[in-house]
Design a binder for this molecule. Sequence first.
Ligand SMILES: [Zn+2]
Length: 430
Amino acid sequence: MQAYRASLLHFHEDPAFHAQAYEWHEDGLLIVDNGKVHTAGDYATLHATLRPNTEVHDYSGKLLLPGFIDTHVHYPQTDMIASPAPGLLPWLESYTFPTERLFDDPAHAAVVADFFLEELLRNGTTTDMVYCTVHPQSVDAFFEASARRNLRMVAGKVMMDRNCPDFLRDTAESSARDTEALIQRWHNKGRALYAITPRFAPTSTEQQLQLAGELARAYPDTFIQTHVSENEDECAWVKSLFPQSRSYIDVYDSYGMLRPRGMYGHCIWLNERDRQRMAETQAAAAICPTSNLFLGSGLFDFPCADAAGMLLSLATDVGGGTSFSMLQTMNEAYKVARLGGSYLPALRMFYLATLGAARSMQLEGVIGSFKAGAEADFIVIDPQATPLLQRRAARSESLEELLFALALLGDDRAVAATFSAGRRLHARSD
Ligand SMILES: [Zn+2]
């Protein structure tokens, strides 16, 4: 048993819809037993309940939060982050496909997977939903690297059997066979979870989507992840490829892929009916603001998504996204909301990056909060991380103000430590 003293914040509801959405203990204590949360609350009441000899780690002056969850990211694109291209389709051609080709080599995949996971931990991210490449060995390399660190990770092999270079093309049959073998090898093994991963509708034949949908039905507790309605050129392309479909997301719907544990990246150019379908099927949206601004894709519509009751979370979408930091992702989400005429409070953004994501993934009670029994994935945030943050934090008059300053000014430097299943895996070197 281990205990951690600091200011403690976690959510039990969405602050956009509930007045009492979170728990805040200015002088708090988190008690961890065997990698799980035992209790979280006020230091004053809990310290007397500690068993003798329990070590208390003192992080007073810092914030203890559940680890961040990033619901959409491409680990093979780590080395091509910040690559210039005028829009999504030229960016895919010039950078993405040649970079992903290298993951044919398991040794290369292993090196990048290790770097990627260390970068996540430096940024306080403890769970990701990860796209690998079309190569099954890229998935093995990723899950082997995450198992060594005992991380709660979701990942899958990209399925892609048309409109891509030959060197990245599978077939409908081979992609289904490889996916099923990977599900059997990795899903629920330790903390690994599998996601059936057709890249996006334009790079899959109808036969491949059909088989992906069949796998999603055969293995109902696996995840599904793909892209939808990211930019207008792509939407027009999907319309020409699937003229019988009502909309882009309707393509996935018609193959039975809208269901709980379905995670759809971007969701910008949706209509009312699309949003309703996502809400009623509990398919969730991964909002990728740094990527959407970088590629000029468009602005996610928060009010319309909330009106429909969609499940929402934030995501980096590295390498289309420009930062591994969920704090920097909040910074850009805030601006996306402002440009769309709405407003995102900091409390809501921290909810979306923790419990909101866990709910979107049907993993509430497992990750994303300090509920008793949850896996002890947590981070220590330092409001004194930089001279500027220190001055701004000193003048914060509310929790909202403090969190807002962290979201707008913070990045990896603000993450003092990252713990996974009760073990410290990252400590910032000061
Ligand atoms: Zn993506």
